[in-house]
Ligand binder design. Structure first.
Ligand SMILES: NC(=O)c1ccc[n+]([C@@H]2O[C@H](COP(=O)([O-])OP(=O)(O)OC[C@H]3O[C@@H](n4cnc5c(N)ncnc54)[C@H](O)[C@@H]3O)[C@@H](O)[C@H]2O)c1
Ligand SMILES: O=C(O)CC[C@@H](O)C(=O)O
Length: 527
């Protein structure tokens, strides 16, 4: 197998290069590429490792013909167009914990810096002014800290703040009572945080709901003398309003690590008194950068080399242990989906994927996604394993996954049923010898067949003479039969023939087959 090629396009710790190479990837380290330069070369790579500088836009992804995975060495993925990546089947992963402590420490550092005006005092002292009376600070002990967002970073900030004897309020709609109690924080509404906090720090992602969460109107609800810290994302806080309120004295101090536009070479906040700024340094410690670089390189290599998926934002996780076990079932599930999809020529209303036996004990999410991809692909070229669930949802296809505990004759079975306006059709398969996909049932009729490259699926009335007529017709057209499998519900009832042939069947020949006596339906299938 050729080594997968990975591009590192941001300043990642050199540890990542070592890990990619040790794991068996070819790696190019090219930080600081301009968007046009990235678009020009991205087509060569299966993996792209980034921090926050590289923007993985729809335009970049359109050139990324081989790309399988984007790995963000860090938490925020707002520099990746996840929708476009999903549409192209590119897995997006991040490292959700590697820089959380470091970033929480930076938020605490900014709180201290703002409370004691350390940067201004430093500049004044080094300028020889010795302005001892100018810098009157405020203690953190026994003050109230209001957190907006209490996830990974917010909860570490809470822990450190409690250690500093602060009282912590947390506004986070997804924070459970139990977790709040474990953390020792008081759950609060946004208004309670605004009205009661002496310090407010934000720790949410930037979403439609959180954008401008500290708006001018909300900032006006805060206590006079409040101090604000944003170490999460630019756009969460109204920068112009903070400037005005710092100038008016309503806000006593503010610490900003992140800005609405980055790199922030200029900003409305700059030059305002009692403001401390850092250039998005939240994650910039040796420890955090080692952690995230190592993690992202391990996760991406694992995906490229074994199919294991960890910390993905657009795919179910598959552990390194599960990946090899799932591989043959992924093949079976995709083929069953494709079989059903190729037989369907009207709108699909529902797809159900049932698992029985040993396969039911595995992580079935990726199997269902790949099966769904197989079903939808004949109707939609752009479907892939990553975007299949989203496409099914958009099209109103109801997808059900069922695990059965009942015993069966096979060690594992996957049954895929497709419902259209006219019918529900099912196909069931298993693995022979643990790795060879086989069809064992179609529409409830037992049959045993391999999946071949060129196949003919025929339903017919079970009457004498049909096999002879079909064999002669194929022979006349120089089509060689490789395998021939038959099944029927009852003698003289409905029958199915699955014929694997060595040559493709032309549309003209298919018309003749469909016109043979006793044939109800004839379809060409390819795998
Ligand atoms: N400055 C830096 O260098 C740096 C480094 C790492 C992370 N970050 C940023 O820090 C932020 C937090 O990261 P995290 O790892 O803690 O994320 P997280 O997902 O663990 O936590 C985010 C929390 O925000 C909460 N939340 C979501 N919507 C909310 C809303 N409308 N109101 C209140 N709370 C809401 C969520 O429930 C969650 O608990 C992210 O924006 C991340 O990108 C910045
Ligand atoms: O990579 C960085 O320096 C910033 C990372 C940070 O914003 C994140 O979201 O993880």
């Amino acid at each position: 197998m050729a080594k997968p090629k990975v591009l590192i396009s941001d300043e990642l710790s050199p540890r990542s290069i070592e890990i990619f190479s040790e794991r068996g990837c070819d790696v190019d380290f090219k930080p600081g590429l301009k968007p046009a330069e990235l678009r020009a070369i991205i087509g060569q790579y299966e993996g792209l490792a980034i921090r926050s500088a590289t923007k993985v836009t729809a335009e970049v992804l359109a050139e990324a013909k081989k790309l399988k995975v984007v790995g963000r060495a860090g938490i925020g993925v707002d520099n990746v167009d996840i929708k476009a990546a999903t549409a192209r089947g590119v897995v997006v992963m991040n490292t959700p914990f590697g820089n959380a402590i470091t970033t929480a420490e930076h938020a605490i550092a900014l709180m201290f810096a703002v409370a004691r005006q350390i940067p201004e005092a430093n500049a004044s002292t080094q300028a020889g002014k010795w302005e001892k009376n100018r810098f009157m600070g405020s203690e953190l002990s026994f003050k109230t800290l209001g957190l907006i967002g209490c996830g990974n970073i917010g909860s570490i900030v809470a822990d450190r703040a409690i250690g500093l004897k602060m009282r912590v309020l947390a506004y986070d709609p997804f924070l459970s009572d139990q977790r709040a109690a474990e953390l020792g924080v008081e759950k609060a509404t946004l208004d309670q945080v605004l009205e009661r906090a002496d310090f407010i720090t934000v720790h949410t992602p930037l979403t439609e709901q959180t954008k401008n969460i500290l708006s001018r109107a909300n900032l006006m609800k805060t206590k006079k003398g409040v101090r604000i810290v944003n170490c999460a994302r630019g756009g969460l806080v109204d920068e112009l309003a903070v400037r005005d309120l710092l100038v008016s004295g309503h806000i006593a101090g503010a610490g900003f690590d992140v800005f609405t536009v980055e790199p922030a070479k200029e900003n409305v906040l700059f030059g305002t008194p009692n403001l401390v700024c850092t250039p998005h340094l939240g994650a910039s410690t040796v420890e955090a950068q080692e952690n995230v670089a190592l993690q992202v390189a391990e996760q991406m290599s694992d995906y490229l080399l074994t199919g294991a998926v960890v910390n993905s934002l657009n795919m179910p996780n598959v552990s390194a242990e599960d990946a090899p076990k799932l591989a043959p079932y992924l093949d079976l599930a995709e083929k069953l989906g494709s079989f059903a999809g190729q037989l369907t020529d009207t709108d699909i209303k529902a797809v159900s994927i049932e698992y029985e036996g040993q396969v039911a004990a595995l992580n079935i999410k990726p199997l269902s996604q790949v099966a769904l991809m197989g079903v939808l692909r004949p109707q939609l070229d752009t479907v892939n394993m990553v975007n299949a669930p989203a496409i099914a949802r958009e099209r109103g296809v109801d997808v059900a996954e069922v695990k059965h505990e009942r015993d069966s004759d096979y060690h594992s079975l996957i049954r895929l049923s497709v419902t259209t306006e006219k019918y529900t059709r099912s196909v069931t398969g298993t693995l022979f010898g643990g790795k060879h996909p086989r069809i064992v049932e179609i529409k409830g009729i037992e049959i045993e067949a391999e999946f071949g490259q060129h196949m003919l699926y025929i339903t017919n009335d079970d009457k004498p003479g049909f096999i002879g007529r079909l064999g002669s017709l194929l022979g006349e057209h120089k089509v060689n039969i490789a395998t021939f499998h038959l099944g029927r519900d009852t003698p003289g009832g409905s029958a199915i023939a699955l014929v694997q042939v060595d040559q493709p069947i032309s549309p003209e020949l298919l018309t003749k087959i469909a016109a043979l006596e006793s044939v109800v339906q004839a379809k060409v299938l390819t795998f």
